[in-house]
Ligand binder design. Structure first.
Ligand SMILES: Cc1ncc(COP(=O)(O)O)c(C=O)c1O
Length: 381
């Protein structure tokens, strides 16, 4: 089975020109490094702390390079695999091991071999692993991850991770008394539609700080900042930042507390399109060369509909629109895109569909099931 990524280079200026010259069979990833760079700079302008990128969202080196160009040097990693990958890509990257469940060997290797000093936990037994495996070194920052109330996120993460306020206070005290540096973190859930979720989470931080009376060294506000999918408008980042600023001002943090957030989606989603070909039309059913085992697993899980447009290289499609069900490439009956797509009534085999805002949790989740994979990648200015 081949999942071939051919780099189509940089001689193209538009998707239409790529397609006019494309002789491959599979879908194409189109990356816009400039959009990613702009998103990073916008985020850094609005957020008063360090911006860390969540590698899981899209670890493609083209994307990482664009993030670096924008000024990202800090990465949230979840596994030793991600750590080794990022360190091989850029030895100078600063890494934050923010998965609250880690093997002992991963903790050890992260610390000894890769210089990781920031670790996340949400349970006393995980904290004991840190105590037992690592030296007593105040440079080691241990984040207690708080569970947050479910407040408008597509993917709740607090059903799986996070300590409640009482547990968190005990964990902070334990970290402090052991001579490591205590810290707090949370994640309001991915694609969070309600800006006030951050203020509510920061109120929880305040409660834990008051109850524990432990001075924290770092505070990490996680990711969760949303992007627009079809029919799914979201508030601008400024509105989220206003809520964050309100929550932070009520904390009266010491000046030496380092503040972080670690977005994935909001930095990279708009920086990549997936362009898929129509392989067959049966009335109002289209069969394309990509699907939920390719770039579209997350759209299937959460019902997202990325913005889309049909393309026939070198000529025009009809202005008259019809609704289509769109089926993925594999033999699996679940392999269908959510909802219906509004596309030209003359769309046919050989035409293409560009799906926008596809940079997050798309390529990272594709499995190559049934032998279908991405064929090519191209960067556009
Ligand atoms: C610990 C952690 N940080 C950051 C992120 C990135 O979140 P998002 O892509 O919603 O910004 C995730 C996503 O699952 C996460 O688990």
């Amino acid at each position: 089975m081949t999942i071939l990524i051919r780099n189509l280079g940089e001689m193209h200026s538009t998707i239409d020109s790529i397609l006019s010259n494309y002789d491959g069979d599979g879908p194409i990833r189109v990356v816009w490094p400039r959009r990613i760079k702009k998103n990073v700079q916008n985020f850094q302008r609005l957020f008063s702390g360090h911006v860390v990128y969540a590698v899981k969202c899209n670890p493609d080196p083209t994307i990482l390079e664009a993030l670096k160009q924008g000024g990202i040097n800090d990465f949230d990693v979840a596994s030793i695999g991600e750590i080794e990958f990022i360190k091989t890509w850029n030895q100078d990257s600063v890494l934050y091991f923010q998965h609250p469940v880690k093997s002992r060997s991963a903790i050890n290797s992260a610390y000894q071999n890769h210089g990781v000093r920031h670790f996340s936990i949400d349970h006393a037994d995980e904290l004991n692993k840190i105590f037992e495996e690592l030296p007593t070194n105040p440079e080691i920052v241990v984040y207690v991850r708080l569970a947050t109330p479910e407040l408008g996120a597509k993917e709740d993460l607090s059903n799986k991770f996070g300590a409640n306020a009482e547990e968190a206070s005990k964990l902070l005290k334990s970290i402090n008394s052991r001579g490591l540096s205590p810290a707090l973190s949370f994640h309001v859930g991915s694609q969070c539609y309600r800006p006030e979720a951050y203020r509510v989470a920061l109120a929880l931080v305040k409660k834990v700080m008051n109850v524990s009376e432990v001075p924290i060294r770092c505070l990490n506000l996680g990711g969760g900042f949303p992007v627009t999918y079809t029919g799914d408008p979201v508030a601008p980042l400024e509105v989220f930042m206003r809520e964050i600023d309100a929550g932070l001002s009520s904390l009266s943090l010491d000046q030496n507390v380092e503040l972080f957030c670690e977005p994935g989606r909001s930095l990279v989603a708009e920086g990549m399109s997936v362009v898929a070909r129509v392989c067959l039309r049966k009335r109002n059913k289209l069969y394309i060369n990509d699907g939920i085992f390719g770039h579209f697993l997350e759209t299937h899980l959460h019902g997202f509909q990325p913005p889309n447009r049909a393309i026939r290289p070198g000529s025009r499609l009809s202005q008259d629109i019809e609704s289509y069900e769109v089926f993925g490439a594999t033999c699996d009956g679940n392999d269908v895109l959510p909802g219906k797509l509004e596309l030209p009534n003359d769309i046919r085999e050989g035409d293409w569909i560009e799906f926008g805002n596809m940079g997050a949790y798309s390529s990272a989740l594709s499995s190559g099931f049934n032998g279908f994979g991405v064929e090519a990648l191209v960067s556009l200015c």
